[in-house]
Design a binder for this molecule. Structure first.
Ligand SMILES: Nc1nc2c(ncn2[C@@H]2O[C@H](COP(=O)(O)OP(=O)(O)OP(=O)(O)O)[C@@H](O)[C@H]2O)c(=O)[nH]1
Ligand SMILES: [Mg+2]
Length: 282
């Protein structure tokens, strides 16, 4: 019992230390991970949030563009935006890379293009996986419906409502939602057009990030859960050891008492034999 417990405990503690060392690399960072189907406007959103009017810090293109994780920290607020490759079932390596980034997230922004209508199968699969992997997903999840300027306003509201309901179905509650247009936002900033900036909806995303700066990262949350598991394991092992020692002591006392009884019973006989032997010797 105890040997097995101790080996398991040592293994679990070692794994915890390794994970802690890895997650510690992000200790000073506040990571906002941008997730979504390719071409839905993830990199454009990152540029908008960085106020990069040249729209070039994160590469933007009409073809499948972001192939590896890119991260940039905004010196204005210390937020690091992590742009991930767009997922789909034919690019498994990209999907794996994107998932590596999830673990580092404090907050997750899921980008869906209004032009695509409702969520497709890949997006649904991703939401389901996110939900199964990321603790407290709803609390750190923001849904962005992008490319607002590309369809008429009523239609945008209608699609947005449906997509939001779909997301809620798959992951439960979500923490924030906005219909945005990153291009309009950058345009508005460049031209000093305050109305366009407000209409673009990007300020809602900023505010949400600012209001959630105390969010623990996924890695930290996972470590905390594992630490609690190991603590419970350690308590169980200690209790088992205590029980073992108690049983051993009780057994020792029983054996001692048995020996005393044997000795008491055998003593007269032994004395007799001793006396006989002594007589014989004389
Ligand atoms: N009108 C409009 N176009 C947008 C918006 N966001 C992105 N686009 C356009 O959509 C295309 C794809 O944008 P990206 O930002 O590169 O999309 P992505 O999700 O990063 O794509 P991948 O890196 O391939 O996964 C580009 O032509 C952008 O200019 C938006 O909010 N409004
Ligand atoms: Mg991209």
């Amino acid at each position: 019992m105890s040997n097995y417990d101790i080996i398991e405990l040592r293994k679990a503690s070692q794994e915890l230390i390794e994970k802690f060392t890895r997650s510690n690399q992000d200790k000073e960072k506040f990571n906002v991970v941008i997730v979504g189907q390719y071409n839905n406007g993830k990199s454009s959103l990152c540029n908008a949030l960085m106020k990069d009017y040249s729209n070039s810090r994160f590469a933007v293109s009409d073809k499948r563009e972001t192939r590896k994780i890119q991260e940039e920290t905004d010196p204005a607020n210390g937020v690091t935006y992590i742009d991930t490759p767009g997922f789909d079932s034919t690019h498994e390596e990209d999907t794996r890379l994107a998932r590596d980034a999830w673990i580092r997230a404090n907050l997750i922004i899921f980008v869906h293009s209004l032009r695509a209508g409702e969520l497709d199968g890949n997006e649904v699969d991703t939401l389901r996986t996110l939900f199964s992997v990321v603790p407290d997903l709803g609390k750190r999840f923001f849904l962005v419906c992008s490319k607002k300027g590309e369809i008429d306003a009523d239609n945008a509201e209608e699609i947005g409502r449906k997509v939001r309901a779909q997301v809620m179905d798959y992951i439960g509650g979500i923490s924030g939602y906005a219909i945005v247009d990153s291009n309009d936002y950058m345009e508005g900033l460049k031209d000093d057009d305050r109305d366009l900036v407000i209409e673009s909806g990007i300020d809602t995303v900023y505010e949400w990030i600012a209001n959630h700066r105390s969010a623990q990262s996924v890695a930290e949350k996972m470590l905390e859960e594992e630490k609690n598991k190991i603590e419970r394991m350690a308590h169980r092992t200690r209790d088992n050891l205590d029980k073992g020692i108690k049983n051993y002591k009780r057994g020792f006392k029983d054996r001692r008492m048995k020996l005393d009884t044997v000795w008491t019973n055998a003593k007269p006989g032994i004395s007799k034999v001793w006396d006989l032997c002594s007589g014989y010797k004389k």
